[in-house]
Design a protein around this ligand. Sequence first.
Ligand code: GDP
Ligand code: MG
Ligand code: K
Length: 281
Amino acid sequence: STTINVALVGNPNCGKTTLFNHASGSHERVGNYSGVTVDAKEATMKRDPYTFRIVDLPGTYSITEYSPEELYVRRHITEQMPDIVVNVVDASNLERNLFLTTQLIDMNVKVVIALNMYDELEKKGVAFDYRELGKMIGIPIVPTVASKGTGVDELFDKVIEVYEDREPDVRHIHINYGIEIENAIRQIQDEVWKSPEVTDKLSSRYVAIKLLETDRTMLSQLESCTNFDQIKSKAQSAIQLLEKEYGESSETIITDAKYGFIDGALKETYKEPKKDRRKSK
Ligand code: GDP
Ligand code: MG
Ligand code: K
C-alpha cells in the first residue's frame, strides 16, 4: 500500500477541521502533536490501495514569519515535505483566501484546492468558472461542502491523480509578477542557484521571492551557504532598485503584485449575479 502525506492548509474558519474530521471520521486517529503555542492534528484514512496521512494545520492568512502559526505551517511544508498540500479555500471569500494560494505557488509544492463552502457560493448565485481558474494557476480545484461531506471523495480522488502525476491540468506555473519584479527575482535566483545545498530543498524562485520580501527567516536559513554574502548583496541591490522604481517597500510591492494577479484571474472567472449589478447602479 502507498502512503500519501497530505497537509491541510488554509485561512482560519475555511473548514479545514470539518474536512479533516469528515475524512478521518470513521478511521483510527494516530495522534496529536503540538508545538509551543500551536498544534496540529494527524489522522490516517485508508482507501485501498492508498493510505492518507492527513495533518490539520493551524489556520493562517499568509505563510510568512509574523506568527507562530505561520512559521509552523511554513516549517511543516518545507521540512516535513507533504506529498500533497490540500489548500482549503473559502469560496465565499476568494480574494483573501487565494492570497495564501499564491504563496503555495511560489513554494512550488503539489497542491489541490478544496473549494469549500461551495454551498455559500451557490446560494449567492455566483457564476464561478473554477475549472478555468484551476487551469490558469495550474492547480486542480474541487468544490466541497465539508459540513455535509460533499465532494470529499472527489477531492481525495484528485489528490491521488496529482500524486500519481495523472492530472492533466497540473502545470508548474509561475505567477508573472511583471517585468521589474521578475528581473529582481532572476538576479537573486542566479546567485541562489550556485548553492545546491539550498536548491536541493527549496525552489530557487521561492528563495528569491522570500528575500525580496526581506524575510529574515529565509536569510538566516541561507547563512551557511558559501556564497551567502553574494546572495545577500544581490538581494539588497535588487530590493533597492525595486523600491526606487515603485516608491514602496519591496514587501508591499510583492503583496500588491499578488493581489493584482488574483484580481485579474477572478475578473476572468468570477461573475456576481446580475441583480447585484443592478443594485449597485
Ligand atoms: P477551520 O478553522 O478551517 O478548521 O474551520 P472549521 O472546520 O472549524 O469550520 C468553520 C465553520 O464553518 C464551522 O462552523 C463549520 O461547520 C463551517 N463549515 C465548514 N465547511 C463548511 C461548508 O462547506 N459550508 C458551510 N456552509 N459551512 C461550513
Ligand atoms: Mg480548525
Ligand atoms: K519582512
